[in-house]
Write a protein that binds this ligand. Structure first.
Ligand SMILES: [Zn+2]
Length: 138
């Protein structure tokens, strides 16, 4: 199943609103979008797609990134300090991965998404029981 998920990778280009942060990422045509309801994801509507970090390249804007952390300080919420948009981050669930925001993709158009709900309100339990999200950065 994972083989199938990883085939036909597309190179997407994305970034923040003002254009000071830009990146490329290799991800499937069918994007598995994680929707989490933890305290910060709920407020930010932080839908994200997780990929192994070697499929993500920050093209420019490193100096424009500001980091927000809280609680265990493992997730690193990176946002553009000019426009405030978080276009990618480092998820707590996947230390070896990057979570990018499908709503920050500039091109090409997204073909299809599949929504994966993660009950981040009960993070420890959900993470323990999860079989899919942990594997997304492999
Ligand atoms: Zn910006």
């Amino acid at each position: 199943m994972e083989e199938k998920y990883n085939e036909n990778l597309i190179e997407y280009t994305g970034g923040c609103h003002c254009g000071k942060v830009g990146w490329n990422v290799l991800a499937p045509a069918l994007l598995k979008v994680v929707r989490c309801n933890c305290s910060v994801c709920r407020m930010k509507m932080n839908d994200h797609v997780i990929v192994p970090e070697n499929r993500f390249i920050l093209l420019f804007g490193k100096d424009n990134l500001q980091t927000y952390t809280f609680n265990t300080h493992q997730a690193r919420h990176l946002f553009c300090k000019n426009c405030g948009v978080q276009s990618f981050y480092r998820p707590r669930s996947n230390p070896g991965g990057v979570g990018f925001m499908p709503h920050c993709i500039l091109s090409p158009d997204i073909q299809e998404i599949q929504l994966i709900q993660f009950d981040g309100k009960d993070w420890e339990k959900s993470y323990h029981e999860d079989k899919l999200i942990k594997s997304m950065s492999n």
